[in-house]
Design a protein around this ligand. Structure first.
Ligand SMILES: *Cc1c(COP(=O)(O)O)cnc(C)c1O
Length: 217
């Protein structure tokens, strides 16, 4: 596939949903060979997502020098002891998944004098192994994050692999709307068009742009 095909498919999905120009494509570059990422940088794309703080620290500072205007999004779980480097490197954190990390980010923001935008992760499928607050806890978590003065952009979810994603996207959209949040980080390679139809503002697309990843993650 590649970047231009994905951009075309996003444009078409936006058109059909009456949401032209309202989606940000996050190119998920985790674990990809550097030459594939460079090719996408050279095509002019600047918004990228990574799952691990350490991996991003190893790769991105050099590219940020060569390609001005890079915007980095953290998509994977964040440990409290990685909050500082994460906040120094990333522009947006999509994986604020529990009160403890929200509080950590808030206190670190005091220290650093700045804070990345955050999405609060909701475990829409209520899967025991998955990060995020339960849907029933979402309203309280939004309130807590706002009380901490975090710049809350919206909600994020990763639907269960074995279920139709649309009901999860619709649930996330409902939770965001009733909390007055506009941002919806949802949709990946296999389902970003459905996510756009249900209001996604940020789609996170990896393998459909770069090709299959080696190994897992
Ligand atoms: C890896 C990952 C993606 C991208 O997945 P693809 O199926 O390759 O598009 C999106 N979001 C998160 C949170 C991820 O970990």
């Amino acid at each position: 596939m590649g970047l231009s095909e994905i951009n075309d498919r996003i444009a078409k999905a936006e058109q059909e949903a009456g949401r032209v120009g309202q989606t940000t494509l996050i190119a998920v570059s985790k674990v990809q060979p550097p030459e594939r990422v460079e090719a996408v940088l050279q095509e002019g794309h600047r918004v990228f997502g990574e799952n691990r703080v350490q991996e991003a620290q190893d790769k991105w500072p050099a590219w940020q020098e060569t390609y001005p205007g890079v915007e980095l999004h953290l998509l994977g779980p964040l440990q409290t002891n990685k909050a500082r480097p994460a906040m120094e490197l990333f522009d947006v954190i999509h994986s604020v998944d529990r009160p403890k990390i929200a509080r950590r980010i808030a206190s670190m923001a005091q220290e650093l004098g700045r804070c990345p935008g955050v999405f609060l992760q909701v475990n829409t499928g209520e899967e025991p192994q998955k990060a995020g607050v339960l849907p029933s806890e979402a309203d309280a978590f939004v309130a807590e994050a706002r009380a901490l003065e975090l710049p809350v952009l919206g909600l994020m979810c990763i639907p269960p692999v074995d279920e139709h994603p649309s009901m999860h996207f619709a649930l996330l959209a409902k939770l965001a709307a009733r909390n007055g949040l506009e941002g919806l980080s949802m949709g990946m390679s296999g389902d970003f068009e459905q996510a756009i139809a249900l209001g996604a503002t940020h789609v996170r697309v990896g393998s459909a742009i770069f090709g299959a990843r080696a190994g897992t993650a």
